[in-house]
Design a protein around this ligand. Structure first.
Ligand code: F6P
Length: 552
């Protein structure tokens, strides 16, 4: 794709809407109280609810009102967010520092879609068809003899499949076990190799560049283990997913599924990098995952701004980061299958928007990416929710609730069915209660009026009530899915991608490069021979001291 990048809009901090938002924040934002907002406006829940493909979003527990959203939408317009979005879909080289288009949306567009450039689509579909034909052969486990699939990759070549495969466990092939190896630490691959048989194992070497240190090291380890344990048919047992077909061939891999430089690593699960997903859930379900994402793409591209969910979420992120000064956001998926979603989102958001200069290279005088973190509900409740409720920081929380479970136990009925249904109701009640508690809080008077538990003798009832006070007014968003299916998961992931796009576009940064990972890689390469030789000359005192101790 060679369309030039679009002109850049006004940088957010120089926009008129930014000044208007600053005034609005001082007048109404700093002291905004959710409880009062609900009391003032009986229509608040309906007004701040958004229907998007496959999910409903309740934005009403956020520290915004319609005026805030109005100013934020003005900001998006002035910053050219919509023009930048259209340029992305059109295949412009919006990743300017790498001179690349950003077209992961083409990976999930139907063959004759007009949303993305036609010239990308033919290639995408031919490659997808070939990959899914291979998938169906490999999934015939009686014929292929494959029982274990080991994906070797890191970052974007790992986190997407590693998140999606357990999320769609109910759809997974019952006789295939998926393993993920990413860390250069040999303990990672060793624990997998101990459990598999070379004759039953398919290794996928997943790397966009096919040069990543960790992945190449683990691929070499896998190959050495395979040969040492009587594996003979390397061509059958090793495949690659990469844009660097020559390097894969040089490694000795003959079956390779390619993709393109306009697919960013953290946006690549829709490409050949999704091979482990397709192997787990099959071709039809993989296509449903793509279709769900495409539905969200259409929504982002054409829903009116005031009801455009990725746009609104990205703008609320800006509001919290730059006006309220919140430094992090916690993600709480109330579905065990989504336990790796926070890790996936960390790369998506923090590698995309953890930037400190604008597109022109000017240092930014405002904050960008928040820290994104979290854990599956209800486990997080028993770990860090204490801080969310009573700590000194306000941390917006994102609840992801799924109405209907997919337990995937064949013939589930009787007491077990009833028990699991009860547990699902408990799960939903927990999710709803947490967002309610964060918002409502509990005043010291309410705490005082409660029957107090036994405390140390010298603690007065009043002191105890203060310990048992919840400030409340802590914001959250709830995303509600009907069921966790390939299609709804596709939509959910695409929602996050476009939301990250939105805040990045407002901030005027390049959300699609990742120069920040390069320095450490280069220094590691320089240190490797020093660890062997012990040469610490010219190093800073701390690094040379540590190097000596490591070698001692
Ligand atoms: O961590 C940096 C990074 O380049 C990520 O952006 C990428 O997803 C990961 O490394 C893996 O890269 P590759 O797919 O080329 O092995």
């Amino acid at each position: 794709m060679s369309v030039a990048a679009p002109p850049v809009g006004v940088r957010c901090d120089r926009a008129e809407a930014w000044a208007a938002l600053r005034g609005h924040f001082e007048a109404h934002g700093r002291e905004f109280d959710l409880r009062e907002a609900f009391a003032r406006d009986p229509n608040r829940f309906a007004a701040l609810g958004v229907e998007a493909p496959e999910l409903y979003a309740d934005l009403s527990k956020n520290l915004v009102d319609t005026a805030t959203l109005h100013f934020l939408l003005d900001l998006a317009r002035e910053c050219g967010v919509e023009a930048r979005r259209d340029a992305m879909f059109a295949g412009s080289a919006i990743n300017t520092t790498e001179g690349r288009a950003v077209l992961h949306t083409a990976l999930r567009a139907p063959r004759h879609s007009t949303l993305v450039p036609a010239e990308a689509l033919a290639d995408v579909h031919d490659t997808l068809d070939a990959m899914l034909a291979y998938v169906e052969t490999a999934r015939d486990t009686a014929a292929s003899g494959i029982r274990h699939i080991v994906n070797i990759g890191i970052g974007g070549s790992d986190l997407g499949p590693q998140m999606v495969v357990p999320a769609l466990d109910a759809y997974a092939h019952p006789k295939l076990t998926l393993h993920f190896v990413s860390n250069v630490d040999g303990h990672d691959i060793a624990s997998v190799l101990r459990r598999v048989d070379p004759h039953e194992t398919l290794f996928i070497v997943a790397s966009k560049t096919f040069t990543t240190q960790e992945t190449m090291a683990n691929a070499n380890a896998a190959k050495a283990w395979f040969v040492a344990n009587g594996g003979t048919d390397t061509a059958k047992h090793f495949v690659a997913t990469t844009t660097n077909i020559e390097a894969a061939a040089a490694f000795g891999i003959t079956t390779t599924f390619g993709f393109w430089d306009w697919v960013g690593g953290r946006y690549s699960l829709w490409s050949a990098i999704g091979l482990p997903i397709a192997l787990a859930i099959g071709a039809d379900n993989f296509r449903a995952l793509l279709a769900g994402a495409h539905a969200m793409d259409e929504h982002f591209a054409s829903a009116p701004a005031a009801k455009n969910l990725p746009l609104l979420l990205g703008l609320i992120d800006v509001w919290y980061r730059n006006f309220h000064g919140f430094t992090s956001r916690s993600v709480a998926p109330y579905h065990q299958g989504l336990k790796r979603l926070p890790a996936y989102l960390q790369q998506l958001e923090m590698e995309s928007n953890g930037k400190r200069v604008d597109l022109a290279g000017e240092t930014l005088p405002f904050a960008t990416s928040p820290v994104v973190w979290g854990e599956a509900g209800t486990n997080g409740q028993h770990a860090y929710f204490q801080m969310l409720h009573q700590g000194t920081d306000t941390i917006p929380v994102e609840f992801i609730l799924v109405k209907r479970p997919t337990h995937g136990i064949a013939g589930l009925h009787g007491p077990l069915l009833e028990q699991l249904e009860r547990q699902h109701t408990m799960l939903l009640a927990n999710g709803l209660a947490q967002s309610q508690a964060l918002m409502l809080g509990k005043s010291t008077d309410e705490a005082r009026a409660e029957k107090a538990p036994t405390a140390a003798k010298d603690i007065t009832p009043d002191t105890l009530a203060r310990h048992r006070t919840f400030p409340g007014n802590r914001p959250s968003t709830t995303l509600l899915l009907e069921q966790l299916t390939p299609r709804s998961l596709g939509a959910l992931i695409a929602l996050y991608e476009h939301r990250v796009f939105t805040s990045g576009a407002v901030w005027g940064i390049n959300s699609f490069d990742q120069w920040g990972v390069e320095l450490g890689k280069a220094l590691c390469n320089a240190l490797l021979p020093r660890l062997a030789s012990g040469d610490a000359s010219g190093l800073d005192a701390s690094t040379s001291g540590l190097l000596n101790r490591v070698r001692r």
